[in-house]
Design a protein around this ligand. Structure first.
Ligand code: LLP
Length: 463
């Protein structure tokens, strides 16, 4: 899903004689700050540190594989988003990217709100003390129990995703003697991935209510008549790993168009719009993500302009970045095991994790970079494929990359930009034990999600 080009040579070239590959121009010891979290440095002796701690020490203390999360970078990114959008807008961190109780506390302290999309995420948020009014509850198939829990807790908004859900939430809220603040999620006819956006075939999906054929307007009609609901806005999320603002522009224009229709038909000006998440990050040096202030300005300008031309007061804007906040703040630390050179092809470097801790390469053909982090090396580049230890040939972590040719078993390598959708989509395939998340900050490291144990596995297996 990244738009990164192949490190050298054509993309998707699975079998290429080694001579066809050009060695990378960049120094293999260099750590591109675009893909590494902010406190990552390579020290004079060649070892890599994060948050003031050498990764070799982290490996010794916490084992590998491990997700190493740079807490000060996470907090800095939260602040950058909050400041960029300012007091007249709201930033909801999308918890699906990665959620834990520590993360909830950091979000709370840094002034962000939280988007959750399941009972489990809601439970984590509430348990860690996120005020319910700062939580938005999403999902295309929320259960009645989840809706009851969210309404009872007093979540700030539930994002309605279907006609049936409009009735369900209204019914639950009324039964509990309350009115629930809600937004309606619409599909605006834009589906954006990476740098392109397609304006067809997008309504053919499970999320949201289509705008084009009048369904969204009908959903608004129904929501406005139900006592249990307080309709406060319209929501749109157009995709993932987006670099180009053009898709957001179309989305904002269409959402504001619906607000104008609602005003004309019902005499009501809805006070909020949410433009979702989906902002891209750098997985490799080829990616050029936008900064929060550029995104805030672009979105703010579009909405203001569209509202002015429709004669509407500018609504309160919210956004839901997940990947753009947590993605760049973590890397996965692995120990190198078996190294298998395949003559004329490439060298397979096996690590002690794999598709169970990062399914994104297998699932989306995602591209990642990788570096040797326990030492530096002057050896020449070697074309590698970093693979896991699972019984599956698609168990690839980094499809094509260069590592120093003196790489040896026991070396530590790290894959940057794995903060989003790696731990949150991790599995126990082959009874793998899901790795811990270790937060580092100012020379201190602490486990915020511990490593799974065989006991954990066996506890679920009740015989
Ligand atoms: N808001 C809504 C309603 C969403 O559905 C999502 C992501 C987000 C916000 C956050 O999007 P972000 O800023 O993190 O891109 N597993 C995939 C990503 C799935 C995203 C689903 N929805 C991946 O690993 O790339």
């Amino acid at each position: 899903m990244s738009r990164s080009a192949h490190p050298a040579g054509p993309r998707h070239a699975d079998v290429l004689p080694e001579g066809h590959w050009t060695a990378p121009a960049t120094d293999l010891n260099a750590l591109d700050e675009k893909v590494w979290s902010r406190t990552v440095t390579r020290d004079a002796d060649g070892a890599v540190s994060v948050g003031g701690i050498e990764v070799a020490r982290l490996a010794e203390e916490f084992g590998t594989p491990a997700y190493i999360l740079d807490e000060s970078d996470f907090r800095a990114r939260c602040r950058a988003w909050a400041e960029a959008f300012g007091a007249d807008a709201d930033v909801f961190y999308a918890g699906k990217a990665f959620l834990s109780r520590a993360v909830v506390r950091w979000l709370k302290e840094e002034g962000l709100n939280l988007d959750v999309c399941s009972g489990g995420e809601l439970a984590t948020a509430l348990d860690a003390g996120m005020p319910a009014e700062r939580i938005a509850f999403h999902g295309n198939n929320k259960t009645i129990a989840e809706i009851e829990r969210a309404v009872t807790a007093g979540v700030g908004r539930i994002v309605l995703d279907s006609f049936q859900e409009i009735v369900r939430v209204a019914h639950v809220a009324q039964g509990l003697g309350t009115r629930q603040r809600v937004q309606i999620r619409v599909t605006v006819g834009v589906e954006a991935h990476t740098h392109e956006f397609i304006a067809t075939a997008h309504e053919d999906q499970k999320f949201g209510i289509a705008l084009a054929d009048g369904q969204a307007a009908e959903a608004v009609r129904r929501a406005l008549t139900l006592d249990g609901l307080e309709l406060v806005g319209i929501h749109s999320h157009i995709g993932s790993q987006i670099f180009d603002m053009a898709g957001f522009e179309v989305s904002a224009r269409r959402v504001v168009g619906l607000l104008a229709e609602i005003r004309d038909e019902h005499g009501v000006e809805l006070p909020e719009i949410d433009l979702g998440g989906g902002l891209g990050i750098a997985y490799t040096s080829e990616d050029d993500p936008r900064e929060p202030h550029e995104i805030a300005k672009a979105l703010g300008d579009i909405v203001t302009r569209e509202c002015e031309s429709a004669g509407l007061a500018t609504p309160r804007i919210s956004v839901e970045p997940g990947r753009a906040i947590v993605g760049p703040t973590a890397f996965t630390l692995y120990e190198v095991g078996t190294i298998k050179p395949l003559e004329g092809l490439r060298t397979y470097v096996s690590v002690d994790g794999g598709m169970s801790d990062n399914i994104r390469t297998a699932l989306y053909d995602a591209e990642y970079s990788v570096s040797l982090v326990s030492r530096s090396s002057d050896a020449g580049p070697m074309l590698v494929r970093v693979v896991g230890k699972h019984c599956e040939s698609g168990d690839i972590v980094v499809k094509d990359a260069f590592l120093p040719s003196d790489l040896a078993p026991g070396d530590l390598i790290a894959v940057p930009a794995t903060g989003a959708y790696c731990r949150s989509m991790a599995s126990n395939y082959n009874h793998a034990l899901r790795p811990p998340v270790v937060a580092v900050r100012d020379g201190r490291a602490r486990v915020i999600v511990r490593r799974e144990t065989e006991e954990d596995l066996l506890r679920l297996d009740v015989g």
